[in-house]
Design a protein around this ligand. Structure first.
Ligand code: APR
Length: 266
């Protein structure tokens, strides 16, 4: 494994060169991101300092049981997250990844994030919705800015201000009138089958796997990196902290994504 170095400023030129070489020579790359890639945009992570799960209990807010028990409380919390994340902008890591994906073939971006910042970076880098498709992620955990009906399961883009004063004022389905819920994957729920298929197919044929800003603690998503490693991929990790993947790393870059990612894919 190449020398990890310390804070971003001290990541060695050798480690940067090793990461660039591993990514450049790979015909097929899978990029796997977590909350850390959005930390420099102001989106809190889950388990790091100031992380959401340090302040809130996932069992009270991010589970079907919690929603059944108190949909107003859950909507209040997702309303707060939507507003907060809505004010954030893609950072240098999101934009460098999007430009890189638009400039070469064979890269699949798989994200656990629900903040839409990869999507916004793709649109910004491509200059339009259609052209951005090539740089959009496979979303394993859904999206903060979409709703799903609890009765007919139809999905829709989140619309309008949220009023949590009563059950009747909460968002309801334009099709069947059923209660809507945020279209995110909650603890204990299945991941979207098509996304899982696409993510693990890409991991199974990858020659390089770039892991950015995830502890790798939540399965089945975290299995993407193990699948890539078993398929023979070179694993490059960008994270200022320790992750569950340390033993898998071929190149380990210790530091913030916003500073390191543009240096390895730019
Ligand atoms: N750049 C890169 N990585 C960073 C940065 C940064 N600027 N700041 C923090 N990190 C790293 C942390 O060191 C940590 O390893 O980001 C990681 C964030 O880990 P978690 O908070 O555990 O988030 P994540 O791995 O994405 O969580 C997985 O858990 O709660 C569920 O569904 C939720 O998708 C989420 C899943």
């Amino acid at each position: 494994m190449s020398d990890p170095g310390g804070a971003a400023g001290t990541v060695s030129a050798e480690a940067i060169a090793a990461a660039r070489a591993a990514l450049a020579r790979a015909l097929r790359v899978v990029v796997f991101t977590g909350a850390g890639v959005s930390a420099e945009s102001g989106v809190p992570t889950f388990r790091g300092a100031g992380g959401l799960w340090k302040t809130f209990k996932p069992e009270d807010l991010a589970s079907p049981v919690a929603f059944g028990r108190d949909p107003r409380l859950v909507w209040e919390w997702y309303g707060w997250r939507r507003e907060m994340v809505g004010r954030c902008r893609p950072n240098a890591a999101h934009l460098a990844l999007a430009r890189w994906m638009l400039g070469r073939a064979g890269v699949t971006l798989v994200s656990q994030n629900v903040d839409d910042l990869h999507e916004r970076a793709a649109r910004e880098a491509a200059g339009g919705v259609e052209a951005a498709r090539r740089a959009e992620p496979v979303r394993l955990h859904g999206s903060l800015f979409h709703d799903r009906c609890t009765r007919c399961a139809c999905r829709s883009e989140a619309r309008g201000a949220l009023d949590t004063t009563g059950i009747a004022t909460l968002p309801h389905c334009p099709e069947c009138g059923g209660l809507l819920r945020p279209d995110v994957v909650w603890f204990g729920e299945m991941l979207p089958a098509r996304s899982v298929e696409a993510a693990f197919a890409a991991a199974g044929e990858a020659e390089a796997c770039l892991v950015i800003g995830t502890t790798g603690a939540v399965y089945p998503a975290a299995g993407v990196v193990h699948t890539a490693k078993s398929a023979g991929a070179q694993v490059v990790i960008v994270d200022p902290g320790r992750t569950e993947y340390e033993d898998l790393a071929d190149v380990r870059l210790v530091g913030p994504a916003g500073e390191i990612v543009p240096r390895i894919v730019g």
